[in-house]
Design a protein around this ligand. Structure first.
Ligand code: NAD
Ligand code: ZN
Length: 368
């Protein structure tokens, strides 16, 4: 048992509380990780109001972290103390039907226990006094020490600064990965929502060779960073009435690829409606409110448009994340300019308040 400072969400509607929890040693197939830094992501906020059915309270939130392996449990073969790692909310077991399909980065081997807030053996490693505290997204990176299954840890090169590459645990990989998969050289692209995920779609589209990258956001202050990362045109959704019409005009009849990065269902429909007929592809990245439905006339798909989604940018965590660390260290992928705020764990609620007001892009919490 070790003590760990952690941000705990006791129940919906309350702010996070900084507590000293105890963390049990790693079980079979698990590793104890010391988190160096963790970004604040919009997905964490789905637990705030009780709307995320996979959050079991009380819980340690956080899923965009990076750290070092402190100790490995029995049966761990591919990790040892000192390794630098990025926790994965989407694991890669390498042997299930999904992993072997060659068609998806999803791996649901431990989804059932992850969505119940416990480790694959069925128990939590976190306690506060005599109370059980649950894991969240299988990662719980808002704790100085956390435990993860080996299959949910990507080992990365040790020269990458952990307080930057933590963003590869979610937003940077989700956005850049999705764009690199679906954008072709010369394409026109629309990106709805220029937050942590959206700005990375912008730079992924630039890296993929897009000639026109149209960003749409309700907050004009998102514009300068998106431009720096490759956005060529901006549509201010708070000032323009016909957003879809504006995207069609800028792209000469509809974009080749549209990416939805807000999680707002009517914005998803705008993204679909922005596509060119024949081949336009809409990629849904935003997480909708629980139970929401998206509707569209079937003819949109019949006339050759593709509507798809992407989870973690389509990237397989353990075998695919190293490429993105390399892109960052080679100066191709810009992570640092998205980190608009850095803060200690004690100020985590202030960071989420900023996100709620649409200020800045990413806040990174540092434990070092
Ligand atoms: P964020 O809060 O940083 O960004 C959201 C952006 O959308 C903000 O810039 C905001 O101003 C803008 N916006 C709000 N309303 C808008 C509107 N009507 N039109 C255009 N823009 C609007 O959030 P984030 O961390 O970038 O996450 C974005 C979404 O992606 C969330 O739903 C999150 O849960 C989801 N997400 C999905 C994955 C995945 O694997 N698919 C991974 C991470 C996050
Ligand atoms: Zn996230």
């Amino acid at each position: 048992m070790i003590s760990s400072r952690a941000a705990v969400l006791h129940r919906p509607g309350e702010p996070l509380r900084i507590e000293t929890i105890t963390v049990a040693p790693p079980g079979p197939g698990e590793a104890l990780v010391e988190i160096a830094a963790s970004g604040l992501c919009h997905t964490d906020t789905t637990a705030f109001d009780g709307g995320n059915p996979s959050c079991v309270y009380p819980a340690v939130l956080g899923h965009e972290g990076a750290g070092r392996v402190m100790e490995v449990g029995p049966e761990v073969t591919g990790l040892r103390a000192g390794d630098h790692v990025i926790p994965l909310y989407g694991p890669e077991c390498g042997s299930c039907r999904m992993c072997l399909s060659g068609r998806t980065n999803l791996c649901w081997t431990i989804k059932d226990t992850r969505d119940r807030g416990v480790m694959p053996g069925g128990t939590s490693r976190f306690r506060l006094g005599d109370q059980t505290v649950h894991h969240f997204m299988g990662t719980s990176t808002f704790s100085q020490y956390t435990v993860l299954p080996e299959i949910a840890l990507a080992r990365i090169r040790s020269d990458a600064p952990l307080d930057s590459v933590c963003l590869l645990g979610c937003a940077a990989t989700t956005g850049a990965g999705a764009a690199l998969e679906d954008v072709r050289n010369g394409d026109s692209v629309a990106v709805f929502g220029l937050g942590g995920v959206g700005v990375n779609v912008v730079q992924g589209a630039r890296i993929a060779g897009a000639k026109r990258i149209i960003g749409v956001d309700t907050v004009a202050a998102k514009r300068p960073l998106a431009e720096r990362l490759g956005m060529t045109d901006f549509v201010d959704a708070s000032a323009v009435d016909d957003i879809v019409g504006a995207v069609h005009e800028l792209s000469g009849g509809g974009v080749d690829a549209a990416f939805e990065c807000t999680g707002i269902v009517p914005v998803m429909r705008q993204a679909v409606d922005s596509l060119i007929a024949g081949w336009g592809t809409c990629v849904l990245l935003g997480v909708e409110p629980s139970g929401a439905q998206l509707s569209f006339p079937p003819v949109l798909a019949r006339y050759g448009r593709t509507i798809k989604g992407s989870y973690f940018g389509g990237v397989k965590g353990r075998s695919g994340l190293g490429r993105f660390v390399d892109l960052y260290l080679d100066g191709v992928l810009d992570i640092d300019s998205q980190i608009t705020h850095r803060a200690p764990l004690a100020d985590i609620n202030t960071g989420f308040d900023r996100m709620g007001r649409g200020e800045g892009i990413r806040t990174v919490i540092s434990f070092d």
